[in-house]
Design a protein around this ligand. Structure first.
Ligand code: CTP
Length: 398
């Protein structure tokens, strides 16, 4: 993942520094060359010996020791990326205002590579206006900030301020700096979220889809270079990832129309929306009053978007569908492959814990046209999206 990348890890004096030991190990394991610079205060929390052993490089702490001067300019020019993790309030303030009273700060000020920081502090410090202003200042310099987590803090309090976990930092770095551009020049259509089928001006038939899985797929495709058109049903999810054009729709019919328009110019289409299968035959113009003892709403079938795209599909296009099942999962998923002329069907079963609607995790099995079947562990939806896009790339260039 980080093969031949040069990472400069800068560690400041926070209890979260113990996580940087694991971060060092993960970076080295992923193929990066790691050099480490510490503030003197960081040495109270982690041992330079541990870090130099794990990074296989000498660590740097002082601007000068007895005989020699440490070349901070060289260090900042050597790196592809400088990662300050953990970043304390004190070093944050110094970075924001250009102070230079230790080796780490001198390296930061002379670094020509991008810089990303992972703050760690107590909740009240995190929410202090000075901290907020200093972080904004860093961002204004072009540095990126990895959001803190909420949880137990060193003070014993519970709240915002925990440094992101090493695995999350790795993922952030990979996504923001070293993402593979294996879909550059490709165009992708993604559907996400539920659809709402109106009964009258205040009521609708909908479902529990959050849109998170589809959004994660759209973002992963975009990060890897594709130009993405996301047709999104009513959902509160938003994205800051570039290269994603969002088309907001409400009903299955609107989603169908948007997809039919975009599909002919798409190389890849991933249908992850939970489209309503039925819609009211008529929509009452006025709110239905509860005067009658019962109410029957006649429903008609919506258009099956995946199936319609399957019928239009050219040999140079790749079509991916989802199957959300509660029983006979594998059999139904395989049937959908042929019935909808899809190249891949991603199965998630409501029987799996932590999978499906509303969760931040998912557990999938991918069924492929040539009989391939791949089952994955339960993972955060971003990582599931990564696995799915890996398979898409694999098939696209097969
Ligand atoms: N789908 C679609 N248009 C619809 C219904 C579903 O494009 N009107 C797509 C979904 O986005 C998903 C796939 O079809 O990719 C499977 O959806 P699912 O609801 O599991 O299956 P259905 O085709 O609706 O079949 P059934 O309800 O019989 O399981």
């Amino acid at each position: 993942m980080f093969q031949d990348k040069k990472l400069l890890l800068a560690i400041t004096g926070s209890i979260a520094a113990y996580k940087s030991i694991l971060l060092t190990r993960l970076l080295v394991k992923a193929g990066a060359e790691v050099k480490i610079v510490l503030t003197p205060a960081a040495c109270d929390f982690v041992s330079p010996l541990t870090l130099s052993t794990l990074s296989k490089n000498n660590v740097v702490i002082d601007l000068a020791n007895n005989e020699s001067w440490s070349n901070h300019v060289q260090l900042g020019r050597w790196a592809d990326l400088m990662v300050v993790a953990p970043l304390t309030c004190n070093t944050l303030a110094k970075m924001a205002h250009g102070l230079c009273d230790n080796m780490l700060l001198a390296t930061y000020l002379s670094a020509t590579c991008p810089v990303v920081v992972a703050p760690a502090m107590d909740e009240d410090m995190w929410h202090h206006p000075t901290t907020i202003a200093n972080l904004k200042q860093l961002e204004a310099y072009g540095n990126k900030v990895i959001p803190v987590n909420r949880g137990e803090l060193a003070s014993g309090l519970y709240g915002d301020g925990r440094m992101a976990e090493p695995e999350a930092i790795m993922q952030y770095i990979q996504e923001h700096y070293f993402a593979r551009q294996d879909l550059a020049g490709k165009k992708a259509l993604v559907t996400a979220g539920p659809t709402y089928e109106p009964i009258d001006p205040v009521r609708f038939i909908g479902n529990h889809s959050s849109g998170k899985m589809g959004l994660a797929i759209a973002e992963e495709l975009a990060r890897r270079g594709a130009q993405v058109q996301l047709v999104l049903g009513p959902s509160s999810v938003t994205t800051a990832v570039a290269n994603i054009k969002v088309h907001k729709v409400q009903t299955a019919q609107e989603m169908f129309e948007a997809c039919m328009k975009v599909f002919p110019t798409s190389d890849i289409a991933v249908m992850s929306a939970a489209v309503a299968d039925f819609t009211p035959a008529t929509t009452n113009a006025e709110k239905i009053k509860k005067t009658a003892g019962s109410l029957t709403v006649e429903l008609t079938k919506t258009k099956d978007i995946l199936k319609a795209l399957g019928q239009e599909k050219r040999s140079d296009q790749l079509l991916v569908g989802f199957a959300l099942e509660t029983n006979n999962e594998k059999e139904y998923a395989r049937e959908k492959l042929t019935a909808k002329n899809a190249d891949m069907i991603i199965l998630n079963s409501l029987n799996d814990e932590g999978a499906g609607f509303g969760y931040d995790t998912n557990k999938i099995t991918i069924f492929e046209r040539d009989g391939g079947e791949l089952t994955y562990e339960r993972k955060p939806k971003q990582q599931v999206a990564h696995d799915i896009v890996d398979r898409i790339v694999n098939r696209l260039y097969a």
